[in-house]
Design a binder for this molecule. Structure first.
Ligand SMILES: [Zn+2]
Length: 158
């Protein structure tokens, strides 16, 4: 990776996911690729949820960060489907820290992931149950931990 590419990635790491403000779009696996061509940087992003209202926000934030790093910005929205498997270890860790359980890496076997017990992000107990499969957003379910008697949210597998 050359120096300009390094600068670009550092700038992208400053762009946070609007839904999970502690996690960057890089950690979320939203950035598919970057291409620097002279003064211009093209960033290809994978939208996390189709029709997600945050898409425009993320796109604008990425473009702004790219310009802030001194490039002409081009942001391309990929047709590739995002998966919770793209979440980095640091994203999972930061989500756990704010009481949000992330889907485990499932390699495409979403049903297996849905059926497996969900460890509580607060106490680690697997004695948890779905309280409401429709959380505050389409991508989250509300869970309840019988261990520490707290509700938490789970990022549904995709
Ligand atoms: Zn618990």
């Amino acid at each position: 990776m050359d120096e300009r590419e390094q600068i670009l990635w550092t700038a992208l790491e400053e762009v946070k996911d609007p839904e999970i403000p502690t996690v960057s779009v890089v950690e979320m696996g939203i950035i598919e690729s970057v291409l620097i061509d002279g003064p211009r940087a093209s960033v290809t992003m994978i939208p996390t949820f189709s029709g997600c209202p945050a898409l425009h926000v993320i796109r604008d934030d990425i473009a702004e960060a790219v310009r802030g790093a001194g490039f002409e910005a081009e942001v391309i929205v990929s047709r590739k489907a995002w998966s919770t498997d793209r979440l980095s270890e640091s994203a999972r860790e930061k989500m756990r820290a704010i009481g949000l359980a992330s889907a485990r890496p499932h390699g495409g076997n979403v049903e297996w992931e849905m059926l497996a017990p969900v460890p509580c992000p607060y106490c680690g107990s697997e004695n948890t149950a779905v309280e409401n499969s429709f959380g505050p957003t389409l991508c989250r379910a509300i869970m309840y931990c019988n261990g520490c008697r707290q509700s938490f949210e789970k990022f549904k597998p995709l």
